[in-house]
Ligand binder design. Structure first.
Ligand SMILES: Nc1ncnc2c1ncn2[C@@H]1O[C@H](COP(=O)(O)OP(=O)(O)OP(=O)(O)O)[C@@H](O)[C@H]1O
Ligand SMILES: [Mg+2]
Length: 463
């Protein structure tokens, strides 16, 4: 019998990775980007160079993890800032660098951002930073000169701006302007690192801001192959012996030995899980549909939380149907039974929304749908039946506009689409709509749909 404490430690360690509280054991396929970001920050700390860069990539592709991993590495090499402590603990009070974390979702205007900068600086020992009532452009230089006046040499500061694109919405983009200006003029060693999922983020910058940005940018991508995807997923579930460190538990006699055996057996079974046919099928489908690691993580929460003394290992069967049931959400449950045409329109909408076309009308959706169908017909075997007909059990055909409009109206009646204006004027084909589902919910509907042909599923997962 395995100690209940060990199982609970294992479950906690894996949940921490799934909920992104702890770092992944490896960054798969992101070595280049990681090196670049690490190098840039290191040069700021070591040589006082100022710099700026952007990390761009779709959601869940490792941007935040790259930065966290790099900071961890730097904290090992240099005198790290002492977080959560107002007092200096090292003898000469020396710190090699400071890190300021900002997030565009939290600091929604420059004033809040400035307050947060002050708060983080004072938390690290730099207290009494002037007052925050002055304007931003007044405050930042005084903030920096405050640091300069100190007895110590200039502290390199690393600014991490998560959800960078949202900072571009702040009035006059003062924060960005000032940060980039300091970085460019090199009067103070700072590194400004922006993370964003908007690939067009640079275009959002005002000219004067853009011209001060270094234009260094690196992209992150979703895992390109199923193999890489499975590796990232498997890494999240594998245990290492450092995952099960707890002094009180380990103090018990024979626990070290038991831990070794448990970790070995646990990992053997995780590897077997990934070889299991049923499990691989589920994983492959998630990969085809979204390529998002978080899609798999969501599936794992249940089985991992259920680990207990009587059930200390992950079982393939926990991931089969249960996997999909876990993500039950009323809207997607309702949608299980929609027609293929309605599903196709939803996928067309998903593509529009992913291209930042947040409001749309029927005509636009139909165009998108028709474009896919035309391509599919060209590739398909016959003019009207696709996806192998008999093997799929469903035939796919291009519906006329009038029929599609009816299906579209169904979606409106079900309140999955909602008009942007209260009173409908003009022909209904042109009425602007918004969709009430997000992309991943639409992916879920595709995943759950009983007879969705492969071509359509593939279309849904294209970006
Ligand atoms: N290539 C990869 N190697 C290892 N882990 C990865 C990789 N891609 C994604 N992940 C995992 O996916 C999760 C999400 O990554 P992360 O938080 O860095 O995404 P992000 O790009 O910052 O997304 P968002 O734009 O939503 O903030 C993390 O747990 C991370 O470990
Ligand atoms: Mg992130």
């Amino acid at each position: 019998m395995i100690s209940a404490d060990l199982v609970s430690l294992a479950s906690k360690a894996i949940l921490a990775r799934l909920s992104e509280r702890s770092l992944p054991v490896a960054l798969v396929g992101l070595e280049e980007q990681y090196k670049k970001v690490l190098d840039l920050m290191r040069r700021t700390i070591e040589m006082g160079e100022s710099n700026s860069c952007l990390l761009l990539g779709p959601r869940g592709t490792g941007k935040t993890m790259i930065v966290r991993q790099a900071l961890l590495e730097l904290e090992k090499q240099f005198q790290a800032p002492i977080i959560n402590s107002g007092t200096e603990t090292d003898t000469d009070g020396r710190k090699d660098f400071m890190v300021i974390h900002l997030n565009g979702m939290v600091q929604t205007d420059d004033r809040m951002a400035l307050k947060e900068i002050m708060r983080q600086l004072s938390r690290e020992g730099e207290s009494e930073m002037g007052n925050t009532n002055t304007t931003f452009s007044d405050s930042l230089p005084s903030l920096l000169s405050f640091l300069k006046e100190g007895t110590r040499a200039q502290y390199p500061i690393i600014f991490i701006l998560d959800e960078f694109d949202l900072f571009a919405q702040h009035t006059k983009q003062s924060l960005l302007y000032n940060l980039f200006d300091v970085a460019q003029s090199a009067e103070w060693p700072i590194a400004v690192i922006g993370l964003t999922c908007r690939l067009d983020a640079l275009e959002l910058l005002e000219k004067r801001v853009k011209s001060r940005f270094s234009h260094r940018h690196y992209y992150t991508y979703p895992p390109g192959t199923y193999h890489d995807y499975a590796e990232i997923c498997q890494n999240a579930l594998l245990l290492s012996s450092s995952d099960l460190e707890a002094e009180d538990v380990m103090a018990v006699d024979g626990m070290e030995e038991q831990k070794r055996t448990y970790v070995m057996e646990f990992n053997r079974r995780v590897k077997a899980l990934f070889e299991d046919g049923g499990f691989s099928k589920v994983l492959q489908r998630i990969f085809d549909l979204m390529k998002d690691v978080r899609g798999f993580y969501r599936l794992c929460f249940g089985p991992v939380a259920e680990l207990c003394q009587s059930n200390p290992y992950l079982q393939p069967s926990q991931f089969y149907e249960s996997g999909l049931q876990q993500r039950v959400d009323n809207k997607t449950e309702l949608l299980k039974g929609i027609s293929l045409l309605e599903l196709s329109l939803l996928i067309a909408i998903k593509h529009l929304v992913e291209r930042e076309t947040i409001t749309f009308n029927f005509e636009m959706v139909y165009d998108e749908y028709k474009e896919f169908m035309d391509l599919a017909v060209v590739r398909g075997s016959s003019t009207h039946t696709l996806g192998g007909g008999s093997t799929e059990g469903v035939s796919l055909r291009l519906y006329k506009k009038a029929v599609a409009l009816k299906a579209f109206e169904h979606l409106v009646e079900a309140e999955l689409l909602r008009p942007t204006d209260a009173v409908g004027k003009g022909p209904k084909e042109y009425r602007m709509m918004r969709v009430m589902l997000d992309s991943s919910q639409i992916s879920d509907v595709v995943l759950k749909h009983r007879d969705c042909p492969t071509v359509v599923a593939r279309w849904a997962s294209q970006r």
